[in-house]
Design a binder for this molecule. Structure first.
Ligand code: WTA
Length: 644
């Protein structure tokens, strides 16, 4: 029997479902959507127009996503475990919440948020470590109909302030501090540094995770435990889920693009829910009772869709981990797999490559036999890492799913279905039902047939598609829907092999992928240029053994310290302050000029070659304003020894 009525079980069924999803998408998605809990059914399944970047799914329907993630499971499996939590500290006891307990926690917090004045449609910023309370916060926002904007704990005060201002958020939920490996990161302090720039914020709710000293501002800041206490003193009051429309905004998640300013990607309620659930159930082939361990942070889309909404809407057990893969040692993931008998492990190529570097010793005495499915996401996975993962972690038995998707797509777009459709190392393989990929050349012409490569676009909407960029719909339209006529443009290059399988080759725009984190080169340049001594800078990516890509910055500096290393440190501090430590360049080279065309455009192609160490393959420089500058940059280029 199928565990989920829409779970695809074999290759023939995949082909049938795929064909139907293309021929008759509305019926296809209506059949799947009927398995969810609706307060009011939809009038129309799909309305769309890529020209204006408008997509509406399940128009007219009313629902609350938390009734699908929690309430409906209470009738069938109230005592099933919803969330398992492993601390950063291996000696701290683990914690688990059944669906009933999750209901209680989310209901209490919904009351707290309402008591603080939050209401439907308000934007709530969440800046917390990976603790269960982060999941409660996300769900409580959804339950009251507020729009959450989770900000990854590695972003700086300035980045937080930019995001809060853009969304005009009224509440922040944070922690005193977060544990990460051997570090304690003072989250509340960072929030305090951001808030003077954010007049829209009225309330700050602070969860006490580490007992770090913090300053609490009168009337603005409130302790989580005190507010919960006020609610529970009145018993354990239910919080009736607020009805939302199918297309009401569920969350904003900021992501980098090729301009200097991050975009607030907006997902709405019904389509996102159906898509996160459908992709979770099919790609990972989840079976009830299994333990699903996604190692992402909820600050990224992977955590939204495959720690919170996908698994919980499917009644699954989702395992959250507070720490990092290499602390206290490089056996941490394997210890967790062994401890909880993890069935599904979903992680990033960068983590796999970094753990590979520690050899096989960390696997000693770790029983990994519970693993049934392995997944990767976030960046292209090289064959060596794929094989290591398959052989040493999956013991050559567990299928590896290489899942390609984006913040903008809400859920997995191109991937094999574990054990159901074929895998091929370093290939994401075939599209999920509902996804119609096309490859186009620079002129936007579709490239037909197999053995082809081009820019990856999607030609028909799917339920999880981006709806808008917050506060600026035109930006959404221009970035994604007007590069190529009538197509959604992904920003990725891609090839299709002789069997029609897809391999994503990486970004074709000025976006870097560093350890699976999307970072715009323009953003890093803006941050570097904030340093008082910097005249101009240009940032490019170069191949990095572990991070996938490293950041190489060419900087024109006008006021040298005596010590060049100190100057570099100053610049790194500036980038950390403006964006966050994740955007710090790996290499900085001081230059006296940048290669520019006569019209003043920086020739990044040349800088990329230099950063890659391919000094002989720079090509024609005669169109440059000053070809001499290239010679100078080449002479002083930093060695291409990766990992430095
Ligand atoms: C890249 C993460 C190759 C790609 C879910 C995409 C991948 C960007 C893969 C989105 C994959 C993601 N193979 N490349 N399996 N998965 N990417 O928005 O360049 O953080 O455009 O979403 O990561 O990153 P984002």
């Amino acid at each position: 029997m199928k565990s989920y009525p829409y779970q695809i079980q074999n290759w023939e069924e995949y082909q049938e479902q795929y064909a139907r999803s293309v021929e008759n998408p509305e019926d296809f998605w209506a059949d799947i959507a009927q398995h969810f809990h609706w307060k009011k059914p939809w009038d129309k399944v799909l309305e769309w127009d890529f020209k204006t970047a408008k997509t509406e799914w399940f128009q007219g329907a009313e629902l609350n996503i938390t009734e699908n993630c929690i309430d409906r499971h209470l009738q069938t499996q109230p005592d099933a475990v919803a969330i398992l939590w492993e601390s950063n500290n291996p000696d701290e006891p683990s914690v688990s919440y059944t669906y009933q307990q999750l209901q209680d926690k989310v209901n209490q917090l919904s009351h707290v948020l309402t008591n603080l004045g939050a209401k439907k449609g308000d934007r709530i910023c969440i800046y917390m470590g990976m603790i269960p309370e982060l999941a409660f916060a996300v769900l409580a926002c959804a339950r009251i109909g507020a729009i959450h904007s989770v900000i990854f704990g590695g972003f700086s005060a300035q980045s937080i302030a930019d995001r809060i201002q853009d969304a005009q958020a009224s509440v922040v939920i944070t922690c005193d501090a977060a544990y990460r490996g051997n570090k304690t990161i003072g989250l509340k302090e960072i929030i305090d540094e951001a808030l003077p720039q954010c007049p829209s914020i009225q309330k700050v709710l602070v969860y006490n995770r580490t007992h770090s000293p913090v300053s609490m501002i009168k009337d603005r800041d409130h302790w989580w435990h005190e507010e919960i206490e006020k609610v529970t003193q009145q018993g354990n009051p239910h919080f009736p889920a607020v009805p939302t429309q199918a297309e009401d905004e569920l969350f904003i998640l900021y992501t980098s693009g090729s301009t200097g300013k991050p975009k607030g990607v907006v997902h709405t309620t019904a389509g996102y829910m159906v898509w996160a659930n459908y992709t979770f159930v099919n790609v990972f082939q989840y079976q009830p009772g299994q333990i699903h361990f996604c190692t992402a942070d909820i600050g990224w889309i992977t955590g939204h869709s495959y720690i919170v909404y996908g698994p919980l809407s499917a009644g699954a057990t989702t395992l959250m981990f507070e720490g990092i893969p290499t602390w206290p040692d490089a056996g941490r993931f394997w210890e967790i797999v062994d401890k909880y008998k993890v069935d599904i492990l979903y992680t990033a190529p960068t983590a796999i490559r970094s753990l590979m570097g520690f050899g096989l010793d960390p696997l000693n005495n770790k029983d990994l036999s519970s693993i049934k499915v392995l997944g990767t996401v976030g960046e292209p996975i090289n064959e060596e890492a794929w094989n290591w993962y398959h052989q040493h972690i999956g013991k050559s038995k567990a299928p590896v799913v290489d899942t390609w998707w984006q913040t903008e797509t809400g859920g997995i777009m191109i991937s094999n279905l574990a054990g159901v459709t074929p895998a091929k190392p370093s290939f994401a393989t075939y599209p999920l039902p509902g996804i119609q990929p096309v490859l186009v050349d620079e002129n936007g012409n579709e490239i037909q047939g197999n053995n082809a490569s081009g820019n990856l676009c999607i030609k028909f909407p799917w339920p999880g598609i981006i709806r808008t960029t917050y506060g600026d719909h035109q930006r959404c339209q221009q970035t994604y829907f007007s590069v190529y006529n009538n197509l959604y443009f992904t920003g990725d290059g891609c090839l299709r092999d002789e069997n029609g399988m897809y391999r994503i080759t990486g970004r074709v725009d000025d976006v870097l992928n560093v350890s699976g984190h999307r970072i715009g080169t323009a953003e890093v340049e803006n941050a570097i240029n904030m340093h008082a001594g910097v005249v101009e800078s240009a940032v490019v990516g170069y191949p990095h053994d572990i991070k996938g890509q490293g950041i190489y910055a060419f900087v024109i500096f006008n006021a040298f310290h005596e010590n060049e290393e100190l100057t570099k440190k100053d610049i790194l501090i500036t980038v950390s302050k403006i964006i966050g430590p994740i955007a710090k360049p790996d290499k900085i080279q001081f230059v006296s000029g940048l290669p520019k065309t006569r019209s003043g455009k920086i020739m990044r192609r040349i800088l990329r070659k230099i950063a890659e160490g391919e000094l002989e393959q720079i090509g024609d420089t005669t169109t440059l304003l000053d070809p001499q500058v290239v010679e100078e940059i080449k002479r002083q280029a930093l060695p291409p020894a990766f990992n430095t």
